[in-house]
Ligand binder design. Structure first.
Ligand SMILES: NC(=O)c1ccc[n+]([C@@H]2O[C@H](COP(=O)([O-])OP(=O)(O)OC[C@H]3O[C@@H](n4cnc5c(N)ncnc54)[C@H](O)[C@@H]3O)[C@@H](O)[C@H]2O)c1
Length: 293
């Protein structure tokens, strides 16, 4: 019988992992959602619950579809609970060591025919694939944030990825109702190779005192017609993720133009990671976001 993806495992229940679990379950896949603690999984599930309820209010989903989708998602408190998955998507913290460790622990529990994907924003697919026992079944499936709303998924082949795996992932993305684009396995692929240096430059613009947070974001919204300012977008992505991507670009392309702005480093060292920690270039603890500079 031809191999078919029916059950999807998602590792990491943060911003991206819960979004991926959300769209997979709405598309009819069974989903197992994993994170480092039961609390984090529950918090991911609560976010999915809230986001689906909003989709029902907007008329994007019927209540029956919401209930059916929620029943398809199960908490997976350890990696063993992913043993019957046909596809596992790793969406944990953007850190190569963390990802490699997860992949090494995961492979022995997987079915031999199971496919493996990573949602990394920037790390080499070929290098991550080498940490697995199945580089030919490993692929980059890079969703955009917020997953339920964003249309694009970048597909990235590692050097060993076979055509069968790539075609199955392409069909998987289409079944989610999303559009895929193909990027070569270079640091940060297409979207973040272009987007992150722009965000990093906005942070340098703030760092050098060219403008305030408000001035920079207003300038880019009204002057370049961006839907949100680059500093607001950085908060939305997560400043730790932005810094990791810049480091991958800087080291991977060995070009000083990708040097992460020291102010970005400082915010991350302070634990001001953006919306997910309630503070970044804006402070989100009050009724309205307030610029922190
Ligand atoms: N934030 C974005 O805009 C965006 C967009 C596209 C892709 N990505 C990528 O998606 C991935 C996740 O990013 P995010 O924004 O969801 O980050 P996040 O910080 O919101 O979530 C990361 C989650 O991974 C979990 N985690 C860490 N180590 C783990 C482990 N060993 N096992 C299981 N779970 C573990 C953390 O507990 C956390 O819940 C990263 O690779 C990131 O680069 C992010």
């Amino acid at each position: 019988m031809a191999f078919e993806i029916k059950k999807v495992g998602v590792i990491g229940a943060g911003q991206m992992g819960n979004g991926i679990a959300h769209v997979c379950s709405v598309a009819g896949y069974d989903v197992a959602l994993n994170d480092i603690s039961p609390e984090r999984i529950q918090s991911g599930l609560a976010t999915i619950n809230g986001n689906m309820a909003r989709q029902v209010n907007r008329g994007a989903l019927s209540d029956a579809e919401r209930v059916a989708a929620l029943t398809r998602i199960k908490a997976a408190e350890n990696l063993d609970a992913l043993s019957d998955c046909d596809l596992v998507i790793e969406a944990a913290t953007e850190n190569e060591q963390i990802k490699r460790k997860i992949l090494q622990q995961l492979c022995p529990v997987l079915k031999p025919e199971a496919l493996l994907a990573t949602n990394t924003s920037s790390i080499s697919i070929t290098r991550l694939a080498a940490a697995t026992d199945r580089p030919e079944k490993f692929v980059g499936v890079h969703f955009m944030n917020p997953v339920p709303l964003m249309q694009l998924v970048e597909l990235v082949r590692g050097i060993a990825t076979d055509d069968h795996t790539f075609d199955l992932c392409k069909r998987f993305v289409a079944r989610l109702g999303k559009t895929s684009t193909v990027a070569e396995d270079f640091p940060a692929f297409i979207v973040n190779r272009i987007l992150l240096p722009m965000i990093n430059e906005a942070i340098y613009t703030l760092y050098e005192g060219v403008g305030s947070v408000d001035a920079i974001d207003t300038a880019m919204r009204l002057g370049a017609n961006h839907p949100m300012g680059p500093l607001q977008l950085a908060d939305f992505i997560g400043l730790d993720t932005c810094l990791s991507i810049m480091q991958v670009l800087y080291e991977g392309l060995a070009d000083s133009k990708y040097r992460p702005c020291p102010l970005l480093v400082k915010y991350v060292e302070a634990g001001w990671l953006g919306r997910k920690t309630q503070r970044g270039f804006y402070d989100y603890r009050g009724e309205r976001p307030v610029p922190t500079r």
